[in-house]
Design a protein around this ligand. Sequence first.
Ligand SMILES: NC(=O)c1ccc[n+]([C@@H]2O[C@H](COP(=O)([O-])OP(=O)(O)OC[C@H]3O[C@@H](n4cnc5c(N)ncnc54)[C@H](O)[C@@H]3O)[C@@H](O)[C@H]2O)c1
Length: 275
Amino acid sequence: MGLLDGKKVIVTGAAQGVGYEIANRFIEEGASVAILDLNGEGAFAAGDKLGALAYQVDVTDSEMMEQVINKAVKDLGGLTTLVNNAGASVVSPLHKTSLDMFQQMLDINLKGVFHALRVVIPMFMEQEEGGSIVTIASGAGVKPISGQSAYAASKAAVISLASSVALEYGSKIKSNSLSSSYIETPASQILRDTMPEALEDVRDYTPMGRLGQPRDMADASVFLASDLCSFITGQNIEVDGGIFLAQAGLEKMSAKVTAYIEGMSEEERAAVKKS
Ligand SMILES: NC(=O)c1ccc[n+]([C@@H]2O[C@H](COP(=O)([O-])OP(=O)(O)OC[C@H]3O[C@@H](n4cnc5c(N)ncnc54)[C@H](O)[C@@H]3O)[C@@H](O)[C@H]2O)c1
């Protein structure tokens, strides 16, 4: 028996990366899945490989989203779960971020989710069993990351949107978000190719000592979408191996101080205590 037996699920942005692994894990746990992605070819290939339905859609297009979601729900024979995963990021200092870049972040990461919610909420409210929503946000939406202000703002907004749904429709709809640190996906490949040393820093600062994998996000999504998650709603859960606990500058200083203290004799330590 799977944790998601009988669930009928839409996952946006599931042609690759985190969304693909969410679709994969949901199917392993017994769900029927519809993949919605801008990359039609990628969506169909993923659908064939995983045994999922697949559709091309641009989440920024409200009319198209309404049509495609309705079609997917018809083909699935209903809907129990929506996973808002489609997203994109941009790296640019704030003062060099053009209005177009800023708008694009809001369109994909925030309005894309809004478009799905407007179609799905009335469906969930009408059905006896309600429904469940998992929104993939980002650690950048919780704590700022240099050079990612537009992305961070869009993800902070989407965390808020997910918790608003829990508050407004809590009697029927469970809505939570997941925020991750760096996850190894095609989107983040460029960093691996160009600056592997930057990833060493991420690994060093992660208490669990490794980089995040799509599977980490997929497993957390399975939990949130399952009936095991029975009384948790409106929450943003960080899937980050603990990295957001660390405050980079202070951590570096603290590690040096600790190493220094460890190298001291008992007498020297006593002298420091007295002074
Ligand atoms: N990879 C990371 O380090 C990381 C960290 C934190 C949060 N996230 C979030 O996780 C989610 C997935 O990221 P990923 O790394 O797997 O990215 P990815 O680029 O590998 O995959 C994103 C998918 O979304 C699709 N997509 C993009 N724009 C779309 C649109 N307008 N309409 C429909 N589909 C669209 C893409 O075609 C792609 O298949 C995103 O919301 C991202 O912000 C990723």
